[in-house]
Design a protein around this ligand. Structure first.
Ligand code: SF4
Length: 293
């Protein structure tokens, strides 16, 4: 697999295809809303947006649990619009106050933090993401037609990808947004090849730890593997402490204290990491969530 593939039915240029997809999605009066996270896929999308010439804005939704150096880089970047989710009274939503409010840590089966912190911005806009299907068996298997709603609410169907098993455009009913995934068919190797050729500066954290690439997503995310979460605790002990404190506060604010089996935040943390939070192969993955790495 490479950025240019020679197939029996012709040559496929993934860069040209991605640019074409972005240009075809330019249906709104408003600039395209690019979901930017500072991860490798986001940086590739950002570059492709520039190549496409399509008006766009880069938006970063503050999760409050992202890697501090990644957040700093984004905050220093004048081209990125930083969005903070808020409650109705204007208070900022954070992972810590959401845990207290929801009375449960975020779980694979209950990922309220994605909905409340990551996906609040850009309601009704055409959003562009760096979501890829390469690592998601479920998404790759999932057939679906590509739909987009045009300027006057007219539904237009683009089936630009010959592979019916890959969804380039999705309609999100919850956030009322149209989501465009221009690099849905790119592999990891494509991302690195394009970054090298186009001289895109990727975060050095990807190549630390003896050359192992890592995710740059939220720290201790319940969607991550246990090994990755334990590594987060080792590398970012202060964030782990914040989680334990939030769990302590969550317990203090539980409506029915009698129902509790946890004695303190640390016990919740242990349960959260090792306990009743297992997943099975049918459960949703990072890529299904549209979580950029
Ligand atoms: S990526 Fe993980 S931790 Fe971050 S908001 Fe989504 S579920 Fe929560």
């Amino acid at each position: 697999m490479a950025l240019i593939e020679y197939r029996l039915d012709g040559t496929v240029n993934k860069v040209e295809n991605a640019i074409k997809r972005i240009q075809l999605a330019n249906l709104s009066e408003e600039p395209l809303y690019v979901c930017y996270s500072g991860g490798k896929d986001s940086k590739v999308i950002r570059h492709l947006m520039g190549m496409s010439g399509v008006p766009h804005e880069l938006h970063y939704n503050l999760t409050t649990v992202d890697i501090p150096s990644v957040v700093r880089e984004i905050m220093d970047d004048k081209e990125v619009i930083v969005e903070k989710a808020r409650y109705a009274d204007g208070t900022q939503k954070t992972m810590w106050n959401l845990i207290v409010k929801k009375h449960i840590p975020p779980l694979r089966q209950c990922r309220y933090c994605c909905a409340e912190l990551k996906e609040q911005g850009g309601k009704g806009r055409i959003k562009v993401t760096g979501v890829r299907s390469a690592e998601s068996v479920r998404r790759a298997k999932q057939a679906g037609e590509a739909k987009i709603f045009g300027k006057n609410g007219v539904e237009i169907i683009h089936n630009m990808d010959n592979d019916e098993n890959r969804r380039m455009i999705e309609q999100c009913y919850r956030t009322q947004s149209t989501i465009i995934n221009p690099i849905i068919d790119w592999t990891d190797d494509d991302i690195w090849e394009f970054s090298k050729v186009e001289n895109i500066k990727q975060n050095p954290l990807y190549v630390q730890c003896g050359g192992n690439k890592r995710r740059l997503g939220c720290l201790l995310c319940p969607m991550a593997r246990l090994e990755e979460r334990l590594n987060d605790i080792k590398e970012y002990p202060k964030i782990a402490e914040c989680y334990v404190k939030a769990f302590d506060k969550m317990l203090e604010n539980m409506p029915d204290q009698n129902k509790l089996s946890w004695k303190n935040g640390q016990e919740v943390m242990d349960w959260w990491l090792y306990g009743n939070n297992e997943t099975d192969t049918n459960q949703i993955t990072f890529e299904d969530l549209g979580v950029d790495e």
